[in-house]
Design a protein around this ligand. Sequence first.
Ligand SMILES: Cc1cc2nc3c(=O)[nH]c(=O)nc-3n(C[C@H](O)[C@H](O)[C@H](O)COP(=O)(O)OP(=O)(O)OC[C@H]3O[C@@H](n4cnc5c(N)ncnc54)[C@H](O)[C@@H]3O)c2cc1C
Length: 453
Amino acid sequence: VYDVAIIGAGVSGAALAARLGHLGMQVALVERDWRPPQLFVGELLQPGGLAALEGMGLAHCVEGIDAQPTRGFGVTYNGETHSLVYPARKLPGGREQETLGYAFHHPRFVERLRQTAEASANVEVKHGTVGSLVSEGGRVRGLTYRDKTGTERTVRARLVVAADGRNSRLRRNLGKQEPERVSYSVGVLLRDVELPCPGCGNVIVAQPSPMLAYRIGSRDVRILVDVPGKLPGTRNGELATHLRAVVAPQLPEHLRGAFLLAIEKGRLRAMPNYALAPKPERVPGAVMLGDALNMRHPVTGSGMTVALGDARLLSDLLRDTELGDPDAIDASVTRFYKERKPLSSVLDMLAGALYDVFRADGPGLERMREAMIRYWKLGGRAAAGPMALLSGLAPRPSMLLWHYTAVALLGVSSNLVPASQTSPRRTPDLRGASQLAAAALSTIRPQLRRALL
Ligand SMILES: Cc1cc2nc3c(=O)[nH]c(=O)nc-3n(C[C@H](O)[C@H](O)[C@H](O)COP(=O)(O)OP(=O)(O)OC[C@H]3O[C@@H](n4cnc5c(N)ncnc54)[C@H](O)[C@@H]3O)c2cc1C
């Protein structure tokens, strides 16, 4: 009987296995495909995710993979790029240190995590697809998986962790609701170009929805194009036509040639973006984490920060748990679901609200978007606060609501008090102010409901 059996050796599962193995627990790590995952997801690691890695002794996993440091975000709107940096870390003695995230090729990072897990004498890796859980007496006691030869095998463990990602099969077995599709992302890889804000994650505000751009290697830049609604056909060329006709003209001019070339060479892939509220289904002997439990739109690049935060928190709790005592395990799982909430709520709400505001589907949200950009340009706390939230280093939902309200109030007041320092308008616009207030409320309300479940 293993102490812990983990389903999925992706970001959260491999990191968790490495940490638990290091702590001396006996771990089985079951993965259906040990080849490097050929995905364009998970390419920007926010500083909070890096801190979780450091806390698990895994910071070396971003070394030697040509990872590119990022010091903040650049937002390109109406042809102008405004950059926002993560607030510096305060060190003892009053000194300050630059706060950084990293962007990289996802498969290289996952490989490093997997190699670290496999190198632990306490982690046994298994090749196979997990099909179901073994339950006895109302408690999960293990799992079954089918190995490469098609033989069904059983692993018994004191705790089973479902880290099987976005399309989790175990989520269904554990009775949790299914995710909601928000939009699609199309990934396009560009060579030898400079970003509008070099050394940053970049958001390019466009119609009908925003694009993201990261430098993921010394020569490589990833563009993620958001496509709301139905995805144009990839095989019949509709998607390529959409990218050429609608998206390319909205890119900064210096990126356009490389973007069109990448489309011509077929260097594009598409996948759905999901949102999933973090409400757990309590099943004794099992726990869910990462994307299996909770997802948000990738506009804030924060999925790995949540997934690695989960791995760190769960491993910290298990370190102090008597694993021979099922009640003690269940109590730690309950604490895990509760204590992960502040970080996941902030990043879920931020992603949901930012996606809506960047998309600005309607006049109220358009005004909210203008207000948000003006707010950031005020600098000081108005820039540092939102960036601290985005970095994943400030898991404080109240701080998020404070800044969101401040943006809405700035927007309302600049519609009502014309020609002020913060308003480009010349006459009071009551209708605009009320449209903005209504849009601000209707955007945050469902995010709040989902995050607080
Ligand atoms: C378009 C897009 C862009 C994104 N960009 C970013 C970004 O820039 N930054 C960021 O932080 N996040 C980003 N994310 C989110 C991020 O990729 C995920 O949040 C993160 O990878 C989740 O990690 P995980 O461990 O939960 O799942 P995964 O890393 O997906 O791992 C799941 C693992 O489980 C295995 N598995 C699945 N089912 C089984 C089974 N039945 N048996 C055995 N093994 C199984 C899979 O093969 C896989 O290895 C993005 C997401 C999308 C959709």
